[in-house]
Design a protein around this ligand. Structure first.
Ligand code: BG6
Length: 491
């Protein structure tokens, strides 16, 4: 989003260096930037974990992960990249390793390097890691901390985490990752809305009938059952990714293209969301849990079997309806849905405009469909604007719905960077625009908590849905009751 400013050499310390996030996401992201020449010589990366291994073993694990990620095997770039990596065995809650970390940091050439402390660990260790860094004087003016979700499991625990981080790092040096904000099309949404005069006059209740946000996955919970079963789709996806997307669609134009100006506007949206609580949760939400496919597909098991917990009430699917209660959006429903083991992997935002006030066409010409703007995040990032045209050719006037279709991959032929590539370098640059501010995270929990409480108080379990379907039929009823349907890409 910012121009590619040249970077000075920096130090990146990854707590949780032997973990999945570090090996599967962070190192591959850094490696791509390295290959593209953006990681300056002299940059150093330190992996930290409890495992008592040495530099060579960590490099070997990193190499294996990078080869799996993009077949970088045997390249000269890979060898040069691996030389940036060192390892330090450290016990975050104990004393072992901290002196070595201090020595490693002190050895960085030039006193003004940016230090990035990436806490790729369980959130239970965030406070101890921050306290350890602070009490040993390892945090300086140019130090930044990066944390990942889950930032709490409700408002109270999110506040505890934020307070622990806040004791060590100033807010401007705290980078809370929501990797959806690093996706290319998410940023494009900001440009689409505020870089074109075309949409803004229409971007309001007078012209928009409703908004849909869908984030569908085909995968199940994979190896993350222990975490996921304590979280569920509402905490795992809606509290962060889907609400962030909703904010970008609904926010007012910020005064400037500045991180806080944008985050202030997003915060106002979160504060304007119509509450869902025990009084309306049954009408406004649907939760589901996947079971085996029908007919069975080898390897696709019911969620409860996957996590080994019969009777678990964790939801793997959520659909909900809310509103943004302000002048722009009064009365416009926002339908959100997300789930695992759905028929396809697709994330998209669909803005459906109002129907024409009066049709001049005969019924024999066909029916008019409302215009839709579809912003597709994945796969095949792009934008489609659905319009009505006359069906080409002879045979009388027939109406036809067609998309103006722009796929970014085919239009520009450039590799779309992974979200982490952009986000990691934004931390180094000190650009917090695509990160969640403390008040945003807390406002999102404030809205989510009453839903969780209402579900907890409810005797009903999530409705089961066969793997490979679009969730429980109640999710279809949720939108069809309002005379609308979930968008299906028929083009
Ligand atoms: C993560 C969730 O934040 O996002 C996962 O914890 C989910 O459960 C993932 O699978 C989806 O991310 P993406 O980028 O694959 O859409």
């Amino acid at each position: 989003m910012t121009p590619q400013a040249a970077l000075s050499p920096f130090d990146l310390v990854i707590f949780g260096g032997t973990g999945d996030l570090a090996l599967r996401k962070l190192l591959p992201a850094l490696f791509h930037r390295f290959v593209e020449g953006q990681i300056p010589a002299g940059t150093r990366v330190l992996g930290i974990a409890r495992d008592v291994i040495g530099d060579d073993e960590w490099r070997a694990r990193a190499q294996a992960a990078l080869e799996r990620a993009d077949g970088a095997a045997g390249t000269d770039a890979l060898d040069r990249f691996l030389r940036l990596l060192s390892y330090c065995a450290l016990d975050i809650e104990g004393v072992a390793g901290w002196d070595e970390l201090a020595r490693w940091l002190a050895a960085g050439e030039g006193g003004d390097r940016v230090r990035v402390f990436y806490l790729a660990t369980s959130p239970a260790l965030f406070a101890a890691a921050c306290d350890g860094l602070r009490s040993r004087g390892l945090i300086d003016e140019r130090s930044r901390v990066v944390i990942e979700k889950p930032i709490g499991r409700d408002l109270a625990t999110a506040r505890e985490i934020n307070a622990a981080i806040g004791r060590a790092f100033e807010e401007r040096n705290t980078f809370r990752i929501d990797h959806y904000l690093g996706k290319e099309t998410v940023q494009n949404l900001i440009v689409l809305r505020f870089g074109n005069a075309l949409f803004e006059p229409l971007w309001r209740a007078e012209h928009i009938d409703h908004v849909q946000i869908t984030v569908a996955e085909t995968i199940g919970v994979e190896q993350r059952g222990a975490y996921y079963d304590g979280a569920g789709a509402l905490r795992d996806m809606v509290q962060n990714h889907l609400l962030q997307l909703l904010c970008l669609v609904a926010m007012e134009p910020p005064a400037t293209f500045d991180a806080d100006a944008i985050r202030d506007e997003k915060l106002k949206v979160l504060h304007s969301l119509a509450p869902i609580d025990a009084g309306n949760v049954a009408q406004r939400t649907v939760r589901g849990q996947y079971r085996e496919s029908v007919p069975p597909v080898p390897g696709v098991r019911a969620y409860a079997d996957e996590v080994g917990k019969r009777g678990t009430r964790t939801e793997t699917f959520v659909a909900l309806k809310t509103e943004v209660r302000n002048w722009r959006w009064a009365g416009v429903p926002f339908y959100l849905r997300t789930g695992k083991r759905l028929p396809e992997r697709v994330s998209e935002i669909v803005i459906t405009f109002r129907a024409v006030p009066h049709s001049i066409f005969d019924a024999s010409a066909g029916t008019l469909s409302p215009n839709k703007l579809v912003v597709r995040l994945q796969p095949d990032e792009g934008i489609k604007l659905w319009l009505m045209i006359k069906s080409p050719g002879p045979g009388g006037l027939r109406l036809r719905r067609v998309p103006l279709d722009m796929s970014f991959a085919s239009a520009f032929g450039v590799r779309q960077p992974e979200a982490y590539e952009r986000l990691l370098l934004d931390v180094v640059r000190g650009n917090p625009m695509l990160f969640m501010r403390r008040d945003e995270v807390e406002a999102a929990w404030q809205w989510i908590d009453p839903i969780l409480a209402a579900w907890d108080a409810d005797d009903d379990a999530p409705k089961s849905y066969p793997s490979g379907t679009w969730g429980p039929s109640a999710a279809i009823a949720l939108i069809e009751r309002d005379g609308r349907t979930w968008h299906e890409d028929a083009g």
